[in-house]
Design a protein around this ligand. Structure first.
Ligand code: C2O
Ligand code: CU
Ligand code: CU
Length: 544
């Protein structure tokens, strides 16, 4: 049973058996039928195939997610459709004799980057550098496209502080389809703070620092993106979780501290992330960074919500685990607050009802029985050896840039639904309109308000990192996670480019619109639920 190091024989404590059922049902747990069957599963899982049986791909010097330095040398990313396997659609690169699939691009702050996007697919695409301080011409916002078999040369300076950013397609209307099929990668920006932290914690990328890209797929038709009307309303959800494009992944670890840098790369799914361990003990974990890099100080958390496009930088300590034991990264149950589809709520309700009794696209039956907000496990950490005692985590991690005071009134942004479209300030995306005009160098506060009869929206701004100032009238399930009197969550700290706004909630953010680019620049503000984005829940913001 070489792959079953997690099975401890017949005398396991109840908690451990429960965890094994969770692990075994990790994938199936999203299906009500499978969940109902779980209690009758044999107690000894050695009799059934191990469920976490695929090694997690960890970025190395080549291959899937391999680390590829982009400061200095020009590289080519070829968007390519693949015959089989995950990802179905990928950025392929070749440099110095090595091949990469969705490479993890690595550059230092200040580096000059030249990237050629070659479109080897049969559909138009364009690549956006999510989280980057960048000019419109290089932003890849979808307002100009790279046709099939054509190419585009990006050239820009990396101006962001160290952090885990990412890149993905942004062709308006087909972003969701291309991202869902796997076209995305990470962009790690590094600087001296970053190097100092790794030295202090004896953390090595690819060994004890592991990026995790979370998303989901439909097991009946992997690689097929056929959204139903309901999917377009709520977002596209799968029934099977993937980590680094891999279902049922495990990672062999030592009983020591690890740094996990997590991206929610799914179209619509929100994760409520936490860790569990086989003996029921706690798994201490620290949040040390968010979208725009390190926090000033580590924050101890027991769980956190991660919306599409958000990133978190975690330190998790497996020191207390026995060799032969395991821990799980799990998404815990939560109320997904789909208030938009409650029956009898007008347009929303009827849009949803309209999809019932209609022939559904392949995989849709599963999608409609999926549970957004269901509990499932994502990744198993198998403790294979003892580890070095953990060095103390420095109390001070970095210094955040000082933020000037806002110079005017709040800019109101209301999220809502009307005439079958998700809207911002009652508007849908129009390439010819500029509903928000910002004075260059202004510092603005934006008050993003989501209606009660809505669903959570992951709001993202191109071109600028922002600070979350406060949350008001948050749903009850957020209350235990608040870290200050302003209702902020640990994941609101630091520099952000994406913030989740729950139904009935108001979130106030501050944005410093100083930018070094000549002339006016146009950026996008949109929901990063990709079905909502493609459906037009997006506004143009001109910084003049
Ligand atoms: Cu990550 Cu406009 O996108
Ligand atoms: Cu972006
Ligand atoms: Cu949305």
């Amino acid at each position: 049973m070489a792959t079953n190091g997690d099975h401890g024989g017949p005398h396991r404590p109840a908690r451990r058996r429960a965890l094994e059922r969770l692990a075994a049902g990790a994938i199936a747990a999203l299906l009500p039928a499978a969940r109902a069957a779980a209690p009758t599963m044999p107690a000894d899982l050695c009799a059934t195939p191990a469920r976490f049986d695929v090694p997690l791909p960890v970025p190395g010097r080549e291959g899937l997610l391999g680390r590829l330095a982009v400061g200095g040398q020009a590289i080519t990313l070829s968007a390519t459709a693949r015959a089989g396997g995950e990802p179905r659609l990928a950025y392929v690169a070749r440099a110095e004799g090595r091949d990469y699939l969705n490479p993890t691009l690595v550059a230092r702050t200040g580096a000059r980057v030249r990237i050629r996007l070659a479109n080897r697919t049969t559909e138009p695409t364009v690549t956006h550098w999510h989280g980057f301080t960048i000019d419109t011409a290089n932003d890849g916002n979808g307002e100009s496209l790279v046709p099939a078999e054509a190419a585009f040369e990006y050239a820009f300076t990396v101006r962001n502080r160290a952090g885990l950013y990412w890149y993905h397609p942004h062709p308006h209307g087909t972003t969701a389809s291309q991202v869902q099929r796997g076209l995305l990668g990470l962009f790690a920006v590094e600087d001296d703070d970053e190097q100092a932290l790794r030295r202090a914690l004896a953390i090595v990328p690819g060994d004890t620092e592991i990026p995790l890209i979370l998303h989901d797929r439909r097991s009946a038709a992997p690689g097929a993106y056929n959204p139903s009307a309901r999917d377009l309303l709520r977002g596209w959800y799968g029934d099977e979780a993937l980590v680094n494009f891999t279902p049922r992944p495990y990672l062999d670890v030592a009983a020591r501290r690890y740094r996990l840098r997590v991206l929610n790369g799914s179209n619509a799914r929100i994760f409520r992330l936490g860790f569990a361990r086989d003996d029921g003990g706690p798994v201490p974990f620290l949040l040390i960074g968010t979208d725009g890099g390190l926090l000033e100080r580590p924050v101890s958390v027991s769980e956190l919500f991660l919306a599409p496009a958000e990133r978190v930088d975690l330190l998790v300590d497996f020191t207390g685990l026995a060799v032969g034991g395991y821990a799980l990264l799990e998404s815990r149950a939560f109320d997904p607050m789909h208030a938009e589809v409650s029956p009898g709520q007008g347009a929303e309700g009827s849009a949803d009802a309209a999809t019932h009794g209609m022939p559904t696209a392949s995989g849709d039956a599963m999608a409609t029985s999926h549970s957004d907000g269901a509990a499932f496990a994502l990744l198993q950490f198998r403790v294979r050896e003892r580890g070095e005692p953990a060095p103390a985590v420095p109390d001070r991690l970095s210094t955040l840039p000082r933020f000037p005071e806002s110079t005017g009134d709040d800019r109101p942004l209301r999220l809502g639904f009307a005439k079958r479209r998700w809207r911002i300030n009652d508007l849908v995306y129009d390439v010819g309109a500029t509903p928000a005009v910002v004075v260059r160098n202004a510092v603005e506060t934006w008050l993003i308000r989501n209606y009660h009869t809505s669903m959570p929206h992951a709001m993202h701004l191109h071109g600028f990192q922002f600070r979350v100032l406060e949350r008001e009238t948050s749903p009850d399930q957020l209350a235990p996670l608040a870290v200050d009197a302003r209702g902020r969550l640990a994941t609101d700290l630091g520099l952000k480019d994406t913030v989740l706004v729950w139904p009935g909630e108001s979130v106030r953010i501050a944005i410093d619109f100083r930018h070094p680019f000549p002339g006016p620049q146009v950026y996008l503000f949109h929901c990063h639920n990709l079905e909502h984005e493609d459906g037009g829940m997006m506004l143009r913001v001109k910084v003049g």
